[in-house]
Design a protein around this ligand. Structure first.
Ligand SMILES: [Zn+2]
Length: 62
């Protein structure tokens, strides 16, 4: 299974990259059984998808 970061949408290698696993409730059925969705996010700061943060960091390093 490929893990995708919920913030930057980049793939996460679970063996080499620090990450959190988050559980979100998807829905509950009439009997009250909850279906969970798991998401992962990098532990280190990463740019939110669609932001210009990563591009700005590259400009500063150059
Ligand atoms: Zn990320």
């Amino acid at each position: 299974m490929i893990l995708l970061c919920e913030r930057c949408y980049a793939p996460i290698d679970p063996d080499t990259e620090g990450h959190y696993r988050l559980s979100h409730i998807d829905h509950a059925d009439a009997a009250g059984n909850v279906t969970w969705r798991d998401a992962v996010v990098h532990t280190a700061p990463c740019a939110a998808a669609g932001s210009h943060w990563a591009h700005e960091r590259q400009d500063r390093a150059a």
